[in-house]
Design a binder for this molecule. Structure first.
Ligand SMILES: [Zn+2]
Length: 356
């Protein structure tokens, strides 16, 4: 998308295991446990770690649930793909609005959708979708976390053992669940090796070119992690995966010359671009607390090279969370899925031998 970098947000998250956690490696061992945690070689040792991709998946599905609670039917299901029934010229899917945004864009670009039910698009020609259209028609979760059509704005690195934390794992018995009775399946006992309680991991979270409501999503994830409301890894229904996370400071940076911003304002991409492109709003800003904003509340501002760096800790971090989460809630409550993305029963047409 944007070739420019206008703003960014960074913080380091410390994840503390509150109980056994298992992020499966996918490898079974020859004589050891049937399931073991993922490991990587670090400092010459095979160390357990939490892959950034797993964390991102967990955060995304948590946020999808929150969004559905605030406004049903504005977020896609990233795992649902549409299929085409060639005999009946129908899309085979439970509900088109649930199909992943990436798959919808793919269908539109392949000229598979006959849009004769949409009066303003009488000529169902193969659509050429600009980055801008893809961004502004994507659902809120895809706009932040990405889809097959859009790379997303947030990056989460792998979480490695914190410097003063020891690697501790333990053996657990797993019991296979009988699919028919729901009871324990006989002979389906298996061994798990899990990361023990009391281990600290650290990861870096980075978001670029964000709108204020997207910062609100990150701050909501952060708040729910701090309160132990998000579990990670396998066996969550069996009580595994309890964690709590902490963040000591969040930094919000602006690049280039930004004039007119007061210290107590956070400006999103819409305000910084100030032209309404990419479905952004020129009023994309939030006031985080009354002026004067004080260092005693944990706020700091400095300029390094081309970056204007604002740092929030303690009280000012609490205020940043509350203000941006409020913005996120208001944004989602008034969100409307574009009609091109929401029809339940669209017919499609054969693509007439055109190569896709
Ligand atoms: Zn989506």
């Amino acid at each position: 998308m944007l070739k420019q970098l206008r703003n960014e947000c960074r913080f380091t998250l410390t994840i503390h295991t509150e109980g056994p956690v298992l992020i499966k490696s996918g490898h079974s061992t020859v004589s050891g446990p049937d399931m073991t945690p993922v490991r990587t070689y670090r400092n010459g040792n095979a160390e357990v770690y939490l892959p950034g991709s797993s964390l991102k998946g967990v955060f995304r599905s948590h946020i999808e649930k929150v969004i559905r609670t605030l406004n049903d039917d504005v977020v896609c299901n990233p795992f649902v793909k549409a299929d085409l029934d060639n005999q009946n010229n129908q899309l085979i899917c439970p509900k088109y609005s649930e199909v992943s945004c990436g798959d919808k864009f793919e269908l539109r670009q392949k000229d598979k959708l006959l849009v004769n039910r949409v009066p303003w698009r009488r000529h169902p020609e193969k659509e050429v979708l600009s980055n801008e259209v893809v961004y502004l028609e994507s659902c809120p979760a895809c706009r932040l976390f990405g889809s097959t059509s859009f790379i997303g704005r947030v990056a989460i690195s792998d979480a490695y053992l914190a410097e003063d934390s020891q690697q501790r794992t333990e053996q657990r018995d797993g019991v296979g669940i009988d699919r028919f009775t729901g009871g324990a399946a006989s002979g389906a006992k298996f061994d798990l090796q899990v990361v023990s309680s009391g281990v600290d991991f650290q990861t870096n979270i980075y978001m670029r070119n964000f709108e204020v409501w997207q910062l609100g999503i990150l701050m909501l994830i952060l708040t729910d992690l701090e309160n132990g409301l998000i579990r990670i890894g396998s066996g969550r229904s069996r009580g595994l995966g309890n964690i709590k996370a902490t963040v000591s400071e969040v930094s919000v940076n602006y690049l280039g010359i930004v004039s007119g911003r007061s210290a107590n304002e956070v400006w999103g991409l819409g305000k910084l671009m100030n032209n309404g492109t990419y479905g952004t709003d020129t009023t994309d800003q939030v006031t985080i607390q009354q002026e004067p904003i004080e260092e005693t509340q944990g706020f700091r501002e400095e300029t390094r090279g081309v970056r204007n760096i604002t740092t929030f800790r303690d009280k000012s971090l609490q205020n940043l969370k509350q203000a941006t989460i409020d913005t996120f809630v208001a944004k989602i409550q008034s969100w409307e899925m574009p009609e091109t993305m929401q029809f339940d029963h669209l017919e499609f047409q054969q693509d007439g031998g055109r190569n896709d």
